[in-house]
Design a protein. Structure first.
Ligand code: RTP
Ligand code: MG
Length: 139
C-alpha cells in the first residue's frame, strides 16, 4: 500500500453545470476518502501560487481569469496511489481527447480553444500535492 493525499479542484465550469455531486460520486465510488472539502471563489493571489509553474505561458492569464469567475470546490483526497489514480479518473487535459469513462471524457464539453474549462484539477506529483494542499488548506 502507498497511501497518498492529493489536491482536487472542481473548476467553475463544473460548479456552474451542477456536476459537483457527480464528480465527488465518481471519486467516492472509486474508493477514495474525501478528507477535506470546501467551496470558495478563489482570489488572484491563491491562483498565482497554484498556477506558478504556468506563469508566462499564453494560457496563463485566461486560466487565472476563468478560475476567478465563480466558486470552485477544493478537496483533499486520500487513498492508495490517489495522485495517479485521480488523474486517471479525470482523463487527459483536453476534454475532446479525454477517453470515455473519464470525468473530462464523459462530462467535458468541446469548448474549442477554451481548454481551461475542463472541469477538474488534480495534483500531478507528491511534491505538487504537498504544495497545493498548503495553498488551499494551509499547513
Ligand atoms: P490540471 O493541472 O488542471 O489537473 O490539468 P493538467 O495537469 O492536465 O494540465 P496542465 O498542463 O497542468 O495545465 C493546467 C490547466 O491549464 C489549462 N490549459 N490550457 N493550451 C491551453 O490553452 C491550455 N493548456 C493547459 C487547462 O485548464 C489545464 O487544466
Ligand atoms: Mg497540471
Amino acid at each position: 500500500m502507498s497511501t497518498e493525499r492529493t489536491l482536487v479542484l472542481v473548476k467553475p465550469d463544473g460548479v456552474k453545470r451542477h456536476l459537483v455531486g457527480e464528480i465527488l460520486s465518481r471519486i467516492e465510488t472509486k474508493g477514495y476518502d474525501v478528507v477535506e472539502l470546501k467551496m470558495l471563489t478563489p482570489t488572484r493571489q491563491i491562483l498565482e501560487q497554484h498556477y506558478a509553474e504556468h506563469e508566462g505561458k499564453p494560457f496563463y492569464e485566461p486560466l487565472v481569469e476563468f478560475m476567478m469567475s465563480g466558486p470552485v470546490v477544493a478537496a483533499v483526497l486520500e487513498g492508495n496511489r490517489v495522485i495517479e489514480g485521480f488523474r486517471s479518473l479525470a482523463g487527459t487535459t483536453e476534454p475532446t481527447a479525454a477517453a470515455p469513462g473519464t470525468i473530462r471524457g464523459d462530462l467535458g464539453r468541446d469548448w474549442g480553444l477554451k481548454v481551461q474549462q475542463n472541469l477538474v484539477h488534480g495534483s500531478d506529483s507528491s511534491e505538487s500535492a504537498e504544495r497545493e494542499m498548503g495553498i488551499w488548506f494551509g499547513a
